[in-house]
Design a protein around this ligand. Structure first.
Ligand SMILES: *[C@@H]1O[C@H](CO)[C@@H](O)[C@H](O)[C@H]1NC(C)=O
Ligand SMILES: *[C@@H]1O[C@H](CO)[C@@H](O)[C@H](O)[C@H]1NC(C)=O
Ligand SMILES: *[C@@H]1O[C@H](CO)[C@@H](O)[C@H](O)[C@H]1NC(C)=O
Length: 958
């Protein structure tokens, strides 16, 4: 009985489309039929309601229209629970406690109990109420604790019936439903995990600005644009916005902007560099004299006072403090003068807004150099939230320390999914690893920065997925406590946007995409990154992208025409764009190498690069033509041809070489590993199964080749023809070994390559060795052992800390880190430890490189440190991120950010035979990404050697 009940429940189609939240809606059954019954559903919205609630109610009505073809009927009569209902049902009653007579009278009559949400920030309760009014047998009642609580309650239904928050901004299709039901459950939601949750539209030229110009009549960032953003934010359960500011003035470009923001329910702010609600452009245009506290204080005060006066009627979160002109550091401000700035700003707020400063939301962003003033001992008034910043690349620079946790206005973070600046801009398309965002925001939340989360989202559009993820975590972090929560989120996201039929495939694509794109920002990619001679690295990476695109194309092809545009925008386009860029640079790298070898096929690679370059631009055109040009200009951003941190003015083709084939040149030979003396990397039974030898034409004449060696050296093919000109000008010969017949121990096989009149001897060192049959672990090959940290042999934990795996984290497989992240400093050797059995053939001093997350020291008294040892040696401590003053980045930072990972090397003597590598994370926040043991053979590559072979059993294999 129990089992069949369970199966029935599991086999029901997913209730509805809400992402992560408790369902209150079903398409198959429920307590009240809201669509598909005999009568149309009426929405009761009291006349006294907030305009923002009235407006969102209109959206709910229209959302029913989008899904069922029939809008809700809205009745704004000011009823009480004792009045006879003007409708006998179905009815949805929506209202804010204290603002809606019907809700208040239902509470008074004991028909709903709102004690869990009453007085709470942005909370709501949704339930079925029997006999709410005479003449009405039941209704779905959604009561909000405040304006936005009610609005989120409304959009909670919209999302569940199938209207994605991205229905307009990412064209997510609505699935038509013939029936919609309200479930008989009481849902209590809120308050949100983070109080102020928002985005910063920034770096908005060229894409967003050109688009806005075209769509909104060339008059700038007007309210027609902003109301779309406000609605999107509310549907995403956000509440806070920093408007565009490169060349715009939110409050002046369209005077309806601030009034509409407030009436929608959006809390306006300004960026970290724009105090008291006045934009940078206003600073430049309207301060009489210069924007300088030391020389022009009175005029600056009067300018700021006007900002406070203008903002007074609206809900605002005031940026405090000051920087130099136009988002730069100031040359004249000191910690003392900055204290004076803040004191003056607070006195403006008390005289203009309220003398109760605690009632005025304020924040001070410790961005870049500003942190330096704080470090010098500035005291910041308790009413001001400290807004900690990342390093512009997603690594938090600082989080609250214990002495700051009692501040009444708490702490927040300013985070980046887009950036303009050193070491390089990234503002073209999505490059975000959601797992990394989760890891840093989870840390942020657990470390107590919960007042404000704001993220720089560039042009908004190509970052739909990371924006959703960030705001969902900010709304309800309780759902995202597990290191596997990102995969869960992705599958729920994919279900909501594209349907359950393709959700597993779409989630897997985006999970892989995030890893591939995060390995190196597109703007930092060039022909020098992935190795084309070692570990087949470039081809492996390119193949991963190709599989990604073919998976994405298959899902795209399976979708209805209505669902294809959104899938293109969020999944297929970035996958293709990333693939094309990798094709471009890898073909360019091969072109250069081959040209140096006089290979005829240098031209083939040149042609591939030219094609990829053209495809890049064609793909942008496809994006721009989508849906009749709806998103024209959104891909205007240049992204090929960077030479400094700043974007190039136009894309430019990397330099290609076109060697002219001679008539007489004889074939050439190149080997795996790139040795100029034709020595292949050594092989043993525990390394890659094959190596390769390239035989290639350097002229237009055809030639035949043969390769031969010892009987145990298998050469495929062992003979053939290089056709030239033509498409078979190169031949790759795979070299593998029949180990049962190879000589025991060390030997060197010579491989004779004869092609035309060319005769080359390739040498191949062999070690026909075996590990003892009772050994289980990683085995050396080519004087290298490479390990994915999640494949540990054993792990220990303590009462207060244990290791967890973050799947999809980092550059190759996953990350391993300590949980809970609020745990104390650990002490090797007794603290939780990871061990890896390894088998070494080469006695030497090994260099062990640990690849780690590029994270920074968020508490300088507890710098990120790990410990490492071999066998029973004393642990060596490795503090791999230097401690710096707040506002200054460590010397290792630039390389770590570019490479999406830090590296640190320790040296350890090892003898031949089995050993145990011990690894300890000594602080939470240390995330292991890869372990590379160099016994003398590690070759140049970007991602490090592929993982070594494991023999035996007993590893963790998640
Ligand atoms: C539903 O309401 C929206 C917004 O008011 C309106 O544009 C649309 O035409 C209505 N649809 C129907 C089917 O009445
Ligand atoms: C000042 O405002 C805070 C926050 O709104 C409130 O808790 C406090 O009671 C107010 N103080 C006075 C004296 O009104
Ligand atoms: C080699 O072949 C190409 C393609 O057929 C041709 O364009 C080129 O002129 C030839 N070069 C020589 C030296 O014969």
């Amino acid at each position: 009985m129990a089992l069949s009940f369970l199966l029935t429940v599991l086999c029901l189609p997913p209730l509805a489309f809400g992402l992560g939240q408790t369902p209150t809606i079903s398409f198959t059954q429920g307590a009240i039929q809201l669509a598909g019954g005999n009568s149309l559903t009426t929405l009761f919205l009291g006349s006294n309601e907030f305009p923002g609630v009235q407006r969102a109610g209109g959206d709910l009505s229209a959302d029913f229209g989008r899904v069922t073809g029939k809008n809700l009927t809205i009745n704004t009569g000011d009823f009480s629970a004792s009045d006879t209902s003007p409708s006998s049902g179905p009815v949805i009653i929506v209202g804010t406690i204290g603002k809606c007579k019907l809700i208040d009278s239902l509470v008074a009559a004991g028909k709903i109990d709102v004690s869990k949400i009453s007085g709470q920030w942005e909370s709501f309760q949704s339930q079925i109420v029997a006999n709410p009014m005479p003449g009405l047998s039941s209704a779905l009642v959604i009561a909000g604790s405040d304006k936005r609580g009610t609005i989120y309650g409304i959009y909670d239904v919209s999302e569940q019936i199938g209207v994605s928050p991205w229905y307009w901004f990412a064209d997510v299709a609505t699935t038509q439903q013939s029936q919609i039901y309200a479930l008989d459950i009481v849902k209590t939601q809120g308050p949100p995990s983070v109080k102020y949750r928002g985005i910063f539209l920034n770096d908005e030229q060229p894409a967003l600005t050109n688009w806005v110009k075209e769509k909104y009549g060339g008059v700038g960032y007007v309210s027609g644009f902003y109301v779309r953003v406000f609605e999107l934010l509310l549907r995403l359960r956000a509440n806070y916005l920093w408007p565009t500011m490169w060349d715009s003035m939110f409050n002046l470009d369209d005077t309806k902007n601030p009034q509409l923001a407030d009436s929608y329910g959006i809390v306006m702010g300004t960026s970290h560099t724009e105090p008291l609600m006045r934009s940078t452009k206003e600073q430049q245009k309207y301060v009489s004299g210069s924007w300088d506290w030391s020389t022009n204080k009175a005029k600056v005060i009067s300018f700021l006072t006007d900002g406070a006066k203008r903002a007074k009627p609206y809900e605002s979160l005031f940026t405090m403090g000051m920087r130099g002109s136009g988002d730069t550091g100031s040359s004249t401000l000191t910690a003392d003068s900055l204290s004076d700035v803040i004191k003056s700003q607070q006195s403006i707020l008390s005289s203009v807004i309220s003398n109760n400063l605690s009632s005025i939301p304020q924040m001070w962003c410790l961005y870049k150099e500003v942190g330096g003033y704080y470090q010098k001992g500035m005291t910041v008034p308790n009413e001001i939230t400290l807004l900690w910043s990342d390093d512009n690349n997603g690594n938090m620079q600082r989080l609250p320390i214990s002495s700051e946790l009692s501040r009444s206005s708490g702490a927040g973070v300013y985070y980046h999914f887009d950036y303009v600046g050193d070491p390089r801009n990234y503002k073209w398309i999505n490059t975000i690893s959601l797992e990394k965002t989760w890891e840093q925001m989870h840390l942020t939340y657990e470390r107590g920065a919960r007042q404000i989360w704001i993220v720089n989202v560039g042009d908004l559009k190509p970052l739909e997925v990371p924006i959703s993820h960030f705001l969902d975590m900010a709304y309800d972090m309780t759902l995202y406590q597990s290191p596997t929560s990102t995969q869960t989120w992705l599958s729920q996201w994919a279900t909501r946007e594209f349907g359950s039929g393709v959700s597993a495939a779409a989630a897997s694509i985006m999970d892989r995409y995030g890893m591939y794109a995060n390995r190196r920002k597109y703007e930092l990619l060039d022909q020098s990154i992935y190795s084309i001679v070692n570990y087949n690295e470039a081809d492996t990476v390119l193949n991963q992208w190709q599989v990604l695109v073919s998976d994405a194309q298959a899902v795209y092809n399976s979708l209805s025409p209505a669902a294809q545009p959104s899938f293109f925008e969020m999944v297929l386009h970035p996958s293709k764009a990333g693939y094309i860029l990798h094709q471009l640079y890898i073909a360019t790298a091969k072109n250069a190498l081959y040209a140096g070898q006089q290979r005829v096929s240098a031209a083939t690679q040149g042609d591939l690069a030219v094609t990829a370059y053209a495809q890049d631009s064609a793909l942008s055109t496809t994006y721009h033509k989508l849906l009749g040009g709806k998103w024209n200009h959104m891909m205007d951003q240049t992204h090929i041809g960077y030479t400094s941190w700043q974007q190039p003015s136009a894309n430019s083709m990397p330099t290609l070489k076109w060697p002219a084939p001679s008539t007489k040149g004889q074939p050439g030979v190149a080997v795996d590993g790139g040795s100029s003396t034709h020595s292949l990397p050594s092989m043993n039974p525990y390394g890659p199964r094959s190596r390769w030898i390239d035989i290639y034409s350097t002229s237009n004449s055809s030639s035949t080749f043969t390769v031969s060696s010892d009987a145990w050296v298998i050469l495929t093919p062992s003979s053939g023809t290089l056709k030239a000109p033509g498409d078979a000008t190169d031949q790759r010969v795979q070299v593998s070994i029949d180990w049962t017949n190879a000589p025991a121990g060390s030997s060197t096989s010579q491989i004779a390559v004869v092609a035309g009149t060319t005769s080359v001897t390739v040498s191949l060192p062999l070690q026909n060795v075996n590990v003892p049959s009772d050994f289980a672990g990683f085995v050396e090959s080519d004087m290298t052992i490479s390990i994915e940290p999640e494949h540990y042999t054993s792990v220990t934990s303590s009462a207060t800390a244990s290791y967890g795996i973050i799947p999809g984290y980092g550059r190759t497989l996953s990350g391993v880190t300590l949980f809970p992240v609020a745990t104390s400093t650990q002490t090797a050797p007794d603290s939780p430890k990871l061990t890896y059995n390894i088998y070494v053939f080469t006695a030497t001093t090994a260099s062990i490189t640990i690849h780690l997350a590029p994270s920074l020291n968020t508490d300088s008294s507890r710098p990120l440190t790990y410990a490492i040892s071999i066998d029973n040696d004393a642990p060596t401590k490795a503090q791999y991120v230097p401690i710096t003053q707040l506002g200054t980045l460590p010397s290792t930072w630039s390389e770590s950010v570019k490479n999406a990972g830090a590296k640190y090397i320790t040296k350890h003597a090892v003898t031949a035979g089995p050993h145990v590598l011990n690894l300890w994370a000594l602080e939470p926040g240390v995330v292991f990404q890869k372990i590379v043991i160099d016994l003398g053979g590690v070759r140049t590559s970007y991602l490090g050697p592929p993982e070594s072979m494991r023999v035996g059993s007993g590893f963790n294999d998640a």
